[in-house]
Every structure is written in structure tokens, then in C-alpha cells.
Design a protein around this ligand. Structure first.
Ligand code: HEC
Length: 189
């Protein structure tokens, strides 16, 4: 078999496609079949701590914000996945506590993924509750007013549209809340 693929181009193509297919099955089809927890909403809810720690379906408002996030192409500069790297868990951390790594059960209510691949700006998977609405409004209006040297473009049409601002901020505030991990549970609204 190996000798054949060495000498015969058609055999080589068939073997390469076969191996690619097996790789595809093992990395995309098999994992969710083996681990059912992936398709269930994330939960480590502690009722004593308030509403966090439980992934709930988007409200209508958060869903509108989600659509704005996709419409404006935020995901071309921002990712929404905390990887297993120390640089990720530290960057998304809060008050010295490292943020938890993203898991598939955090994304069950997303109909178009917002993982992103390009980190021109920081990861947003744990941005919920970090800033209040006033901060986001000023930041969308002109990021450089708050972060000198920022290369994020201004989005004045969002900052100056109360409905869209409310919707987008409501969506951003949901990012990472499923995981119950922040000390003091202090979320900005
Ligand atoms: C051209 C790339 C680019 C686009 C498009 C972009 N951003 Fe940014 N964003 C950045 C950069 C760079 C920063 C870091 C500097 C800063 O805070 O302004 C940033 C910072 C942020 C922060 C603060 C993150 C933190 O942890 O401090 C938020 C929130 C944010 N962006 C939201 C958005 C949203 C929502 C959109 C879509 C409406 C968007 N961005 C579109 C590049 C971008």
C-alpha cells in the first residue's frame, strides 16, 4: 500500500483524501457524539451568588445586540474564545483571578459563531460586566478618548443611537457570565 502511493499519483491522492476524511471525522463528528455535555448549556450556578453561573437563552434585546455585533464586523478584530494559554486567562482575568477557559457548552445559543480568528483587539469572551454602559458609549463614540493610541475605529452611529447602544451593550454584558468565577461577583451594568 505504501509502495503503491509512492509510485502512483492516483493512489497517493486517494490515500491523502482518505486520511483527511478520517481526520475530519475524528475532530469534528466524533467529539460531540462522545461527550454529550457539549450541547447542553453551561451550568455551575450557585443561587447564593446571584444570576451568574448559568447560561440562559438570549433575551430579545441581547439577540438584537448579537446581530449588531455580527453586522458591524466586530469579530474581524475581536475573538470570543479564552484559550488554554496563560496569556489569555490572565488578560481576561479579573482582580488577580484568572478567567476560565472557554468550553463548547457556553455557545449553545449562538446561531452564528463569533469565535473569530484575528486578535487585532483584545478577546471579548469575558468582557461582560467589566465596563458600564457609559464607558461603552464613550468608547464607541471615539475609542481614543479612553484608550490613547487605540486603533479601534469609532462607531458613532451606535454611540448616538440609544436603542442600538442599549442592545449591543446588553449583548456584550452577557459575555462570560455563564461561568461563575469572579470574586465579589461585581458586575458593571
Ligand atoms: C479594526 C479593528 C477593530 C474593530 C472592527 C473593532 N474593534 Fe474593538 N478594539 C480594537 C482594539 C485595537 C482595541 C484595544 C484598544 C481599545 O480598548 O480601544 C479594542 C477594544 C475593544 C473593547 C475593550 C476591550 C477591553 O478588554 O478593554 C471593547 C469592549 C470592544 N473593542 C468592542 C468592540 C465592538 C463591540 C466592536 C464592533 C462594533 C468592535 N470592538 C470593533 C479593535 C477593533
Amino acid at each position: 500500500m505504501l509502495g503503491k502511493t509512492d509510485k502512483n499519483a492516483s493512489w497517493f491522492v486517494v490515500a491523502a483524501l482518505g486520511l483527511f476524511f478520517i481526520g475530519g471525522l475524528l475532530t469534528t463528528v466524533a467529539p460531540p457524539l462522545l461527550d454529550k455535555s457539549w450541547s447542553k448549556p453551561f451550568e455551575n450556578h450557585d443561587p447564593a451568588k446571584g444570576p451568574t453561573g448559568k447560561l440562559v437563552a438570549y433575551t430579545d434585546q441581547e439577540m438584537r445586540g448579537y446581530r449588531i455585533y455580527i453586522r458591524e464586523g466586530c469579530k474581524y478584530c475581536h475573538t470570543q474564545q479564552t484559550r488554554t494559554l496563560l496569556s489569555d486567562t490572565k488578560r481576561s482575568g479579573w482582580k488577580g483571578v484568572d478567567s476560565p477557559v472557554s468550553t463548547p457548552d457556553e455557545f449553545v445559543y449562538d446561531w452564528r459563531q463569533t469565535f473569530g480568528t484575528k486578535r487585532t483587539g483584545p478577546d471579548l469572551s469575558r468582557i461582560g460586566g467589566k465596563y458600564n454602559k457609559q464607558w461603552h458609549k464613550a468608547h464607541f463614540n471615539n475609542p481614543r478618548d479612553l484608550v490613547p493610541g487605540s486603533i479601534m475605529p469609532p462607531f458613532p452611529w451606535i454611540a448616538n443611537n440609544p436603542q442600538e447602544l442599549d442592545d449591543l451593550v446588553a449583548y456584550l454584558q452577557t459575555r462570560g457570565r455563564a461561568k461563575d468565577w469572579r470574586p465579589d461577583n461585581d458586575y458593571e451594568q
